[in-house]
Write a protein that binds this ligand. Structure first.
Ligand code: ADP
Ligand code: MG
Length: 382
């Protein structure tokens, strides 16, 4: 990171992107998710300002620097573009205590719009830095929930709290089993290397969009299905009750939503069981079933996601599925380490045959949540 010449950071925080091992489109149904933090992070160097302003710039948004009075931030007149994230975080923290003026200089390597939650990484890194400089004593969960508020109410993206909780609460070598209704959390061992495996993320290069109407449509359909079934959320329908619930719903679209959410929650519980027993390699069929359910029942996949997942399966991976909101973004692949090269080649070739650019394929390692970085190490030399 190279902060601007006259900028002397008082603190530097980083926060990770995340990928959800399994449990997709369950978070807004009060269900279960199982994300892990990536070794791809967003960093924020920060220093206090005496003039009560928040001044932000990002290496990934050149020419889009911006500033605002902390006291004047207002969702009704929210900043547009990337500045909505840091400004939204400062706005949300303001509700938890007095927030000082800050300079924020951002630099990150979490690809934006790939379903790896660069937005939560950015929010959480900013929140940690601003909370420290403002001397707000907040727990990781309190920070995560403030960031979710920023994203929901200031940026205007109706997301659940999974991304921010993952960025704040994950630990290296583990996935975070999260009950999105109670926010109960459990660290579940996830060490692919120890099992002779790799986890790969294939970024199809076709960006997802959480603000797209299709995502909102699915949310509404899930809410409607729950309402018609007389439950608070689809999470409250168990697998044995599913058959009767589908018959009661009648409607194809609502039934698809219910089938996806109920079976996906069951898959998360099964995945937690397998991981706790050290049986990572047996997760493959669950990933495969999750992808099929997202594609056929919830109908949120996209041709390039299907192509990446199917090609990885044909090339001998253990399991593959689309991750994130859908309609684009990335595919997660679990594979034997020995199969990695073959899978990479197969995916590149399959995309080329259809005239698409080679997708980025990165190995991901379950990593730590947000952390304070060593300012001395990162400050400019000389
Ligand atoms: P995802 O969270 O899946 O990457 P989102 O659409 O939720 O996708 O968030 C992406 C947005 O977050 C970007 O369009 C940009 O506004 C903001 N963002 C993420 N990382 C950075 C960064 N390093 N610098 C500036 N803005 C960023
Ligand atoms: Mg996001």
């Amino acid at each position: 990171m190279r902060p601007a010449a006259r900028f002397a950071p008082e603190t530097i925080w980083s926060a990770p992107g995340r990928v959800n091992l399994i449990g997709e489109h369950t978070d807004y149904n009060d269900g279960f998710v199982l994300p892990f933090a990536l070794d791809l992070r967003v960093r924020v160097a920060a220093a206090r300002r005496a003039d009560g302003r928040v001044v932000a710039s990002s290496a990934q948004a050149p020419g889009e620097d911006g500033e605002a009075l902390v006291a004047a931030l207002d969702p009704a007149a929210a900043a547009r573009g990337w500045l909505a994230y840091p400004f939204g975080v400062v706005w949300a923290l303001r509700a938890l205590g007095p927030v000082c003026g800050v300079d924020l200089v951002v630099d990150g390597v979490v690809p934006a719009g790939s379903g790896l939650s660069s937005s939560a990484a950015l929010e959480c890194a900013v929140a940690c830095a601003v909370a420290e400089l403002s001397r707000l004593a907040l727990s990781p969960v309190e920070i995560a929930l403030a960031c979710r508020r920023a994203e929901n109410d200031y940026v205007g993206v109706p997301s659940g709290a999974m991304d921010q909780l993952a960025a704040m609460c994950c630990t290296a070598g583990h996935a975070l089993f999260l009950d999105t209704r109670t926010l109960a959390m459990e660290q579940v061992p996830l060490d692919p290397a120890a099992a002779g495996c790799v986890l790969l993320v294939i970024d199809t290069g076709h960006p997802h969009s959480l603000t797209s109407s299709s995502y909102a449509d699915r949310r509404r359909s899930c809410e409607e299905a729950a309402k018609r079934l007389g439950v608070r959320a689809l999470r409250d329908v168990t697998e044995p009750e599913l058959g009767a619930a589908l018959a009661a719903l009648g409607d194809e679209v609502l039934a698809g939503c219910a089938r996806h959410v109920v079976t996906e929650n069951a898959r998360v519980l099964e995945a937690v069981h397998l991981l706790s027993a050290g049986r990572l390699r047996e997760l493959g069929p669950l990933l495969h079933a999750s992808h099929a359910s997202l594609r056929d029942d919830l109908e949120v996949s996209a041709p390039l996601l299907d192509l990446a997942a199917e090609t990885a399966e044909d090339a001998g991976c253990l399991g593959a599925r689309m991750v994130g909101g859908g309609f684009g973004g990335s595919v997660l692949v679990l594979a034997d380490a020995a199969a990695e090269a073959v899978i990479r080649e197969a995916v590149t070739a399959a995309f080329a045959r259809r005239g698409f650019e080679a997708p980025a394929v990165v190995e991901v390692v379950p990593s730590d949540a947000a952390r304070r970085e060593d300012v001395a190490e990162l400050a400019p030399r000389g």
